[in-house]
Design a protein around this ligand. Structure first.
Ligand SMILES: Nc1ncnc2c1ncn2[C@@H]1O[C@H](COP(=O)(O)OP(=O)(O)OP(=O)(O)O)[C@@H](O)[C@H]1O
Length: 335
């Protein structure tokens, strides 16, 4: 694999530019002896018009990375941009607006409003924002997702797959700059999961959207253009044109390497020296230490429980799917 992207950060800048990026992104939870360093000076570029998957052992920081890139969580140090807008430092109200207007979200648990029908759920964020949906675009999304004859149904009257399709339509409705999907297939059987992954792929290929998906499933990651691998709060590898087998093999290396401490207390993978099959990535172990790094000092490195990864089973590991509907920016502005 070319290492062009590693010149500055992992991830890729596509022909259409960068939808989001982070520099020296550091996130520590808690303080004192119990503090956990969930993200350790991460540099990443998310290419516009591409489908990026984020994988890694449980606890490696996948959800935290997504939440920080999406402005759902504050950062301890470093910077995050959505397009050209630096979101680190924005006040709550501005962040809520930015999420609502420029980002779409999908979660493992769908997060639909039970009392609203599918059509109302799809347009809810725009309704709250007082924006009129682009009807032509909305029609296209609804047809693409095969929801035309389900619009009057409430979530309880829909299968899991249909509910996730509604959530996908809601994420797409405002034609956002970026869609974040956290384990979108985690609650679905494999057929419904495949369907949703197919729709996300189409959203990128046919609707020109940008998708970032956190997943535990190598088969799901294989739908992406690029897989970023997180280990102990760092991006330690990437794989373009992934296949399920290649991703599975790469994930197995986390299990093999876990518990093999090096001199700095991390694992080989965490230090960026591990390479995936056919990968030719430069190590990030020798990255310049970023200014924000001090935030992580005296903080325990996140030690994910790597076991059970790469089984190909969906939803086999817990997800930090703790984001409320209001967090998605679909609730009224807070003052
Ligand atoms: N709100 C929080 N408070 C304290 N620690 C947290 C919090 N959220 C995450 N962490 C810790 O940060 C680390 C990274 O968590 P994160 O949820 O991002 O990992 P993940 O890779 O998404 O895990 P999983 O695959 O299990 O969902 C873990 O050690 C986790 O325990």
């Amino acid at each position: 694999m070319s290492t062009a992207a590693a010149e500055h950060a992992l991830g890729r800048t596509g022909p259409e530019g960068t939808a989001a990026r982070a520099r020296a992104l550091t996130k520590a939870y808690g303080s004192g002896e119990t503090a956990v360093l969930a993200l350790d000076s991460v540099d990443v570029d998310i290419a516009r018009g591409r489908f990026t998957a984020v994988m890694g052992p449980s606890g490696s920081g996948k959800s935290t990375l997504m939440h920080c890139l999406a402005g759902l969580d504050s950062v301890s140090a470093g910077q995050v941009w959505l397009g050209d807008t630096e979101i680190t430092g924005l006040k709550d109200r501005a962040l809520t607006r930015l999420r609502r207007d420029r980002i779409g979200f999908m979660f493992q648990s769908f997060n639909l409003i039970p009392t609203l029908n599918a059509a109302e759920n799809i347009t809810l964020p725009m309704d709250i924002a007082g924006q009129k949906p682009d009807e032509k675009w909305l029609d296209q999304v609804i047809d693409q997702l095969g929801l035309r004859d389900r619009l009057k149904h409430r979530p309880a009257q829909l299968s899991g797959g249909q509910q996730q399709r509604v959530a996908c339509a809601r994420a797409l409705a405002s034609r956002p700059e970026l869609i974040f999907a956290d384990e979108p297939t985690g609650n679905l059987d494999s057929r419904a999961g495949l369907e949703v992954l197919g729709f996300l792929r189409e959203a990128v290929d046919e609707l020109g959207q940008t998708v970032v998906m956190v997943t535990h499933d190598p088969g799901a990651a294989a739908h992406a253009d690029l897989v970023l691998f997180l280990g102990d709060g760092r991006i330690v590898d990437e794989m373009a044109h992934p296949t399920a087998d290649a991703v599975l093999e790469r994930m197995k290396r986390f299990d093999t390497l876990r518990g093999t401490p090096d001199s700095e207390g991390g694992t080989e993978a965490a230090q960026g020296t591990a390479k995936g099959p056919g990968e030719d990535r430069e190590s990030d172990g020798d990255r310049a230490r970023a200014p924000g790094r001090d935030a992580g000092q005296g903080v325990q490195r996140s030690t994910g429980q790597g076991g059970g990864q790469g089984s190909g089973q969906q939803g086999s590991a817990p997800s930090s799917d703790h984001t409320s509907v209001s967090d998605q920016g679909i609730a009224p502005d807070r003052d």
